[in-house]
Design a protein around this ligand. Sequence first.
Ligand code: HEM
Length: 351
Amino acid sequence: MFPIMSRCTMEIIERWSSKDLKRHEIDVFTELKTLSADIIARTAFGSSYAEAKQIFELQQEQMLLASKIQGRPFIPGVRFIPTAFNRRCWRIEKSIEELTLRVIEKRTQCRKLDQHEDAHDDDLLGLMIDAMEHRGMERRTMSMGMADIIGESKTFFAAGQETSSTCMSWTLMLLAAHPEWQERVREEVRTACDAFGFPTSDSLHRLKLLSMVLNESLRLYPPVPIMTRMSNKDVRVGKTLVPKGTVMMLPIVAFHHDQRYWGPDANEFRPDRFRDGSSKAAQSKSTVFLPFSSGPQFCIGQLFALQQAKIVISAILLRYRISISPQYRHSPIVALVLQPEFGIPLLFESI
Ligand code: HEM
């Protein structure tokens, strides 16, 4: 995982530096979407971004369409009516399944032909195909079908790409807006990087300031701003009785900005509040910091996302001084993830 993350980051930085300009503008939101797609495709599926590109584009459109109907009144059965909107949704779903199936079939074919180079057996896809073919595990308990593999692959693409890229983009925006923090983090990163300008897997845990900045970024701009849950029995929440089967929306972004928990500077960028770790950051309840959720549906990609963010941000800070472009318009919007509506154009100045 670590070498793939570093290699993909190096590729994108080499592309930026080929512009051969001392100072240039980069929309980090667009660029990091490509980068995180590349990383997740190669680590989880062993396939290149080029092969997975169409899947990502379709999933992005799918998320955009889903965000349009989020919060609308729910009318049972409406989703089965062949409106133009629904027909587009169905077509996207079908194309995603066909494309994912093609990636899976290519892998199974490689395995049959014993092309180990392309087989990447120890990645997520390899493990799922193992489960499908009952290799090395208890047949009855672990088997998966092709539909399960397609479903899991789609979840990984969807859950891992946009969330990671928005987290890294907002963090870079905050560092660009707070040059004193940018300088402090750059100093810390310098001591933790190898000769190629990347943190090593051993030195990642020493990046304390960067971890604090990432936590503060995840607090101010949680990529998953709202979570939904359905009560499986009648429950009492405070004074309210919530009947079984009620769908509830948990406004994570509101918890993260609530002055009752974070103090009067709740809306300000103050990474110091995470000095003693995330459990002690909030003034009252630690459970109000929920960028990765908690409980049984806790994000399984948390370590992956944080490791990736540390590698990418370290590599950028070592090579560039970043500042906010005059083109930047601050407009966070909820399109399932908390996105910058007009991207995040930053000025990159080579160091
Ligand atoms: C900063 C980046 C990320 C954030 C903020 C984030 C946040 C979350 C949250 C809040 C949930 C729970 C959603 C819910 O319970 O409703 C979740 C679930 C999940 N995440 Fe992440 N995530 C991130 C990155 C990743 C990455 C990189 C991967 C995969 C490599 C990943 C894979 C998953 C999966 C598989 C689930 C479970 C989805 C499900 O149960 O339907 N996440 N994530």
